[in-house]
Every structure is written in structure tokens, then in C-alpha cells.
Design a binder for this molecule. Structure first.
Ligand SMILES: [Zn+2]
Length: 318
């Protein structure tokens, strides 16, 4: 398979009609679907005529008009569709993320629009339904890290050693299946009571669990096929197949984004940035996904994130 190359000359990034057709192809692979009824094909008519703006369809069942953006993160936005497509490309192609300021400069919008576009796209990046990570013979690494707070503006060598969990810092918990997907959460503390519901929901108990010696994992580990801990406090990082380098590398990329790209991530929005970084990791280049394809996947995720009455894909196949 040849990787598809990025071509920023493509009209989808500059022309509203081309962008809309691109979105229709991605969001309606089998043709237009009524976002309210889930009906398609002969129940849908395309509205045409001088007074009709392009891309409007009408459902014969509910008699309501709709466009491809209804029921997506783009609904009711006044931003031109080619700007959505371009912003999605920038988000998908920037390994450490892109700031709203950078997007503002690159697209010539105002800051509020750039900020809005990226936050809505983070919504699109949010994973909606997926089974647990791991399984028989598979390894899942779990770990926590601290981001934000007072340390954020300090140079690496000026940071206070051991000032983890300090005031103003937020706790991020990530689960990574080796060779597979990641799932990250913003959590309140690292107790077993907080970690258990996350682990039970997101990790198959048939997995081998890899953690450090944090107390919250100790009892939890017994619920998995095998549990190995490496003791970072004693300088132990790798013991045979017991290590947490995979999740450490996920944290490293996220931190480069938080400190290098965004400079500050508010507590209220942290989960959105985690969704963005998780999305890129889950569609990473190493899995054979090109930037163009990652951007398409991001736009597909726009569907069903807002004002949905019924999920059109399921309803259409019911
Ligand atoms: Zn309808």
C-alpha cells in the first residue's frame, strides 16, 4: 500500500463546495442519511434550485431539510467548511499538537474561531465506542503522570525534583496496549478506588498488566492474568518483559505538547487535549496511517457528537 501524500493545493482546503463534497464522502459513505430518522436512498431528495444553497437534502419521512454538518461538531458553525477541513489536517498532522494562536496565523481567522475549531475537533477526536484494551497474551501498561501547575513555566533543569502531585498539578492516567491503542483519563487521585473502575472498563482481565509500584495498582493487579511491577524508586526500569516504556513515551509526547505547544492546559479542558493526543497515537504513522488518512478519520469522528436524535449508521442498518 502506498501512503497517500498530503497535497495542500487540494481544493478541499480552499473551496467550500469541494470541502462539503469531501465531508459528504467521509460521513455518508453510502449516500445521504437523514440525521433525525436515519433513513436514506429513496427517502432522501436533494434540493436544487436557484434559491437553495448547495448541499441541502430533504427527508421524505420527517420532511426536514438537512446538510452533512447536522448532528456533527460542525453543526451551526458559521466557519467555512474548507477551514474545518484544513484545521482537521493541521491537528491530525501535528504530532505535538498545534496551538490556536498558530492556527489563527495560518488561516487568517480570529483567535476565538481558531480556538473553537480546535476544541470542536478535539470532540471529534474523542473515542466513542471501543472494547477493552489487551486480551490473552497481550500486555497493557498503566501509569500516571502529573501535568500543569506551577512547574509549567520552568525550564526542565529548574523544576523541583520530587514536586509531583504538587499544588495546581493535574493527574493523567494512561493505559496502553503494547503495539495497540492508548486510553488516557484525567483523574482526581491515584487510589485503587479511582483506578479500579477505569481498569475494569478499559482493560481485558486476560491481559498482563504492567505498572510501577504505586499503591493503587497493588490489589487491582490481582484481577488480571498476570501483573508485573517495576520499582522506579529503586532505579528499576526494565526486568525482562516487565517495563512501562510504552506508556512513558506516550506521556513524553503529551508533555511536549502541553509545555512546548500549548504552554498551558486548563484543568477544565485537559480531557480534550488527552482525547486529541490519544487519537493521534491510535492512528499513528507506525501503524501505516498517513497524515491525510488521519485527518479523514478525525473528520469521520465529527459525526454523532452533537444533537443526535438517533445514530444514523446503526439506524440505517437496523
Ligand atoms: Zn428524516
Amino acid at each position: 500500500m502506498t501512503a497517500r501524500k498530503t497535497n495542500l493545493q487540494d481544493p478541499i482546503y480552499h473551496d467550500d463546495d469541494a470541502a462539503r463534497e469531501h465531508l459528504e464522502t467521509l460521513l455518508w459513505p453510502q449516500g445521504p442519511v437523514c440525521p433525525r430518522c436515519g433513513v436514506m436512498e429513496d427517502r432522501i431528495t436533494k434540493l436544487q434550485g436557484a434559491s437553495t444553497r448547495p448541499g441541502v437534502y430533504k427527508c421524505k419521512d420527517c420532511r426536514k431539510p438537512f446538510t452533512v454538518t447536522v448532528g456533527t461538531v460542525m453543526e451551526r458553525s458559521h466557519v467555512a467548511l474548507h477551514k474545518w477541513v484544513l484545521a482537521a489536517h493541521f491537528m491530525a498532522a501535528s504530532k505535538k499538537g498545534m496551538s490556536a494562536l498558530q492556527l489563527q496565523r495560518m488561516m487568517g481567522t480570529n483567535y476565538e474561531t481558531a480556538w473553537f475549531l480546535f476544541h470542536r475537533l478535539r470532540e471529534a477526536a474523542t473515542e466513542t465506542s471501543s472494547g477493552p484494551l489487551g486480551g490473552k497474551g497481550k500486555f497493557v501498561e498503566a501509569d500516571t503522570t502529573y501535568v500543569g501547575g506551577r512547574e509549567k513555566n520552568k525550564h526542565a533543569n529548574k523544576r523541583t525534583p520530587g514536586n509531583i502531585g504538587g499544588k495546581g498539578k493535574q493527574i493523567v492516567h494512561s493505559l496502553v496496549e503494547r503495539g495497540g491503542r492508548v486510553r488516557s483519563h484525567h483523574i482526581a487521585n491515584v487510589t485503587g478506588a479511582t483506578l479500579r473502575p477505569i481498569m475494569v472498563k478499559h482493560v481485558s482481565r486476560k491481559s498482563t498488566l504492567m505498572t510501577d509500584t504505586a499503591g493503587g495498582y497493588y490489589n487491582l493487579g490481582k484481577e488480571f492474568a498476570r501483573h508485573e511491577m517495576v520499582d522506579h524508586g529503586k532505579g528499576e526500569y526494565v526486568r525482562g518483559d516487565a517495563y512501562s516504556n510504552t506508556v512513558e513515551s506516550v506521556f513524553a509526547i503529551f508533555k511536549r505538547g502541553v509545555y512546548g505547544t500549548f504552554h498551558h492546559v486548563s484543568e477544565a479542558h485537559l480531557h480534550r487535549y488527552l482525547a486529541e493526543f490519544d487519537f493521534r497515537y491510535n492512528t499513528r504513522t507506525a501503524l501505516g496511517v498517513a497524515d491525510v488518512e488521519r485527518a479523514e478519520e478525525l473528520l469521520r469522528g465529527a459525526k454523532g457528537k452533537r444533537l443526535m436524535y438517533r445514530q444514523p449508521a446503526e439506524a440505517a442498518h437496523a
